[in-house]
Design a protein around this ligand. Structure first.
Ligand SMILES: [Zn+2]
Length: 310
């Protein structure tokens, strides 16, 4: 009765991994989560809709990547197929959010373009992300989420979408601190044995201890036209969630409970040190308390079932 707010299924966004090679199995780095095929993703999305989860974040795992990521712009590529299929199946019952990053398409699996000396090529990356966003919007994505953390990515995306007639497609920008908690995700997204050996990601993610750097990036992306902000990871950035919420009370804020956070909860439960569900609800409640309007979590389906008493 006296709670100012509570966790609800309508806060949840379910991130799903869909493989182009059609193989479906448990993701080794994220026990309890599965890879879906183009067909089987319909099933899990249907379950999400039934449970009252309003949105999914789509991660496509390609069979083959290429040197410059230009495969992303082909209309017959895998990502457009996913959005086409899910939009046809669920219409407006499910919000389709597209993760837009170069690492999904480039052979070096890096989020940004670099020159031969390893210098990050900001404008070139941002321009490409804008083009990819249009391809996904054409195929049915409702929201695009630029994930490369490069300056200008929102500006390029907004103008590319507007020029193509997608002024109603929203931009949900990721602002990330540099974190080892992303590692299980990288392993899930690659078909290579040792992912990401090129440029150090700390060169474009924000320093975990530098809150000014983080807020500067938030200011930049909102100034460029971002409609929503995703703070990532959640657990290590609860103060950032609060700070963004206080500075931008009218901007919807999402927090992403990332793969490493998922794995920590899962493993602590498995080892028998804590009750997995209790820890899960405790972490999600703290994310909500910090000010998140939305929570991306690999536990979304399970949480929705708990909340519905199933
Ligand atoms: Zn990336």
């Amino acid at each position: 009765m006296v709670r100012p707010f509570d966790l609800s299924t309508s806060d949840l966004i379910y991130p799903i991994f869909i493989r182009e090679d059609g193989k479906t199995f448990e993701i080794p780095s994220m026990k309890g989560q599965r890879y879906y095929s183009l067909d089987s993703c319909v099933e899990v999305c249907g379950e999400a809709v039934e449970l009252g989860i309003p949105a999914v974040m789509v991660f496509g795992v390609l069979k083959k990547k290429d040197a410059d990521g230009s495969i992303a712009l082909r209309k017959d590529a895998f990502h457009p197929k996913i959005f086409n299929k899910l939009k046809k199946e669920f219409g407006d019952d499910l919000v389709l959010i597209s993760n837009v990053c170069l690492c999904d398409y480039t052979a070096d699996e890096f989020c940004v373009y670099t020159d031969e000396r390893g210098k990050v090529l900001n404008e070139k990356t941002a321009e490409m992300l804008g083009k990819i966003a249009v391809v996904h919007a054409e195929a049915g994505a409702d929201v695009v989420a630029p994930a490369a953390m490069c300056d200008g990515q929102v500006r390029h995306m907004r103008s590319a979408l507007d020029d193509a007639g997608f002024d109603d497609v929203a931009i949900m920008t990721y602002v990330k601190t540099d974190s080892c908690l992303f590692q299980p995700y990288f392993e899930a997204m690659t078909l290579a044995e040792k992912p990401r050996r090129t440029v150090d990601p700390s060169r474009f993610r924000t320093d975990v201890i530098n809150e000014k750097m983080f807020m500067q990036k938030v200011d930049l992306d909102i100034g460029e036209g971002a409609d929503m902000v995703i703070v990532k990871p959640a657990l290590t950035n609860l103060d950032h969630v609060l700070r963004v919420k206080e500075k931008y009370p009218t901007v919807p804020i999402a927090a992403y409970q990332v793969s490493g956070e998922y794995a920590m909860i899962k493993l602590l439960g498995e080892y028998g040190h804590v009750d997995e569900k209790v820890l899960l609800m405790e972490t999600l409640s703290s994310i909500k308390r910090a000010g998140a309007d939305m929570i991306l979590t690999y536990y979304a389906v399970e949480v929705a079932k708990i909340l519905r008493g199933k």
